[in-house]
Design a binder for this molecule. Structure first.
Ligand code: FAD
Length: 435
């Protein structure tokens, strides 16, 4: 293939990060995306911002609000446990498009109606009637990407968002649990207010669609925390937006000439507050995977396997993070909402205790020189996919020498002092003790 025609569907954080990564590798990429059709605010942690920085999404990064306190009222306790950065999604999405333009990719603003694919390529029909052709497709349309089921689904979950305006005040956000779900609320500096309740989709109390906004306003009014955050006189009902927030793992993350990234590959429960971070995580590895599939087809299978393993791993990690957070709510363990979510996806611990005797070296796929290659990596209980480098130092030779009985000083000899400290620290956290 001379110059492969690559088309990315969707310009959320995942699609944009992939497009930028591929441009950096010298590919000509087209991105087609619809604008987000509703106004929402989301909260992210510092590591999501680090991910944006890492992906080169500089305008998107700059669009995040300054950190604000996050109050958590959970299991009867009321705490300010961390800070969160509020993201005004329409502004953030516009900044993502700006990042595309800065890197020389002019996004095509259009809605995709239909995609026809076979092993030779793809025909993408837009609602405008225009047809785009591509050799390689990146599916990044988020939760709106066609799913055809999904390999693994969490309990069916619905999030209802109310949006209204109040006089300006400081940025702030809070989370609160209820007997049948939980809510997240945020107040932006300019007076925009958001209150979102997440419930089981089968919640028997949910009224017909036309009464949902009033129902949510009624629930919001019953919350002492909402009254405190927004003031007692919340007069407006607000505009309602309903979305599914079920955790979903799509059945396959790639085909011979396509790749899924972000929420289109796996979408997590919003409770973990990690959606943007996880969508970036899967997107950051994608350019090397695609580069390998296009330029080194003999390693295409390896690259696809690499992508799939990481998608599966991320999905389980975030699903377990969500499970553990749900499980912190102890008052309503017998209620259907909590019962289902405290047990899903499984009973495996999120973190496994370190045990150096279980640390071992295997051959696995890694990203080397912007392609997927095989190398020796160190597998630990907590890192089943293996670690290749730690700050530029290959771990496999070091672990193998130690396991053969060498002394630590001997193994670390010749390595600069700050890196020695970092390696020593890593070994101790893996349960290594010098006899
Ligand atoms: P998206 O950001 O969804 O981007 C997909 C893009 O594709 C959009 O621009 C869309 O317009 C476009 N598109 C879709 N269909 C078409 C089509 N047919 N044609 C053309 N374009 C199309 N994450 C957080 O980090 N913090 C939170 O607080 C948070 N809260 C959430 C609350 C709820 C209720 C839900 C459901 C999710 C929440 N998330 C949160 C998750 C977060 O929104 C997503 O994980 C993240 O945006 C996924 O990025 P993405 O690039 O994969 O997809």
């Amino acid at each position: 293939m001379s110059e492969p025609r690559i088309l990315v569907l969707g310009a959320g954080p995942a699609g944009t990060a992939v497009a930028l990564g591929l441009s950096r590798l010298g590919y000509r990429v087209r991105v087609v995306s619809d604008w987000r059709r509703f106004e929402a605010v989301e909260g992210v942690s510092q590591r999501a911002l680090d991910g944006l920085h890492h992906a080169g999404l500089i305008s998107a990064l700059a669009s995040a609000a300054a950190p604000s306190p996050r109050r958590v009222v959970w299991s009867g306790e009321d705490r300010v446990i961390n800070q969160e950065y509020l993201i005004d999604r329409p502004r953030f999405d516009a900044a993502l498009r700006q990042d595309l333009r800065t890197s020389g990719v002019e996004p095509i603003e259009a809605r995709v109606r239909q995609v026809e694919s076979n092993e030779h390529g793809h025909r993408v029909l837009l609602e405008s009637g225009v047809t785009l052709e591509a050799d390689f497709l990146v599916e990044a349309r988020g939760r709106q990407a066609p799913l055809a089921g999904g390999r693994r689904r969490g309990p069916e979950t619905l999030s209802l968002l109310l949006r209204w305006h109040q006089p300006a005040g400081p940025n702030t956000s809070a989370v609160e649990s209820f007997k049948d779900g939980w809510s997240w609320m945020a107040r932006m500096g300019d007076g925009r207010c958001y209150w979102q309740i997440t419930l089981d989709a089968a919640n028997a109390e949910l009224p017909a669609k036309e009464y949902l906004a009033n129902y949510c306003a009624w629930r919001r009014g019953r919350s002492a925390l909402a009254r405190e955050l927004f003031g007692n006189g919340i007069s407006e009902t607000g505009e309602l937006y309903a979305r599914s927030s079920t955790a979903i793992l799509f059945h396959e993350a790639s085909g011979s000439n396509w790749l899924r990234v972000g929420d289109a590959a796996m979408a997590v429960d919003p409770l973990s507050g990690n959606g943007i971070f996880q969508s970036l995580s899967s997107a950051l590895q994608a350019p090397a995977v695609i580069n390998t599939m296009l330029r080194q087809p003999d390693r295409g299978q390896l690259a696809r396997q690499f992508h799939q393993q990481r998608i599966d791993h991320l999905f389980l990690r975030f699903a377990r993070t969500g499970r553990d957070f749900h499980a912190l709510e102890q008052r309503w363990l017998e209620q259907p909402f909590w019962q289902a979510r405290c047990r899903w996806p499984d009973a495996e611990p999120l973190h496994v205790a370190a045990d150096f005797s279980q640390v071992h070296v295997v051959r696995a796929s890694v990203i080397r020189d912007d392609t997927i290659a095989e190398s020796e990596v160190v597998v630990t209980a907590d890192q089943p996919l293996g670690i290749w480098h730690l700050q530029g130092i290959e771990l496999a030779p070091l672990v193998r020498t130690l396991q053969a009985g060498a002394r630590l000083e001997q193994v670390l000899g010749g390595i600069a002092a700050p890196q020695q400290d970092m390696l020593r620290h890593w070994l101790i956290t893996q349960g290594y003790r010098q006899s």
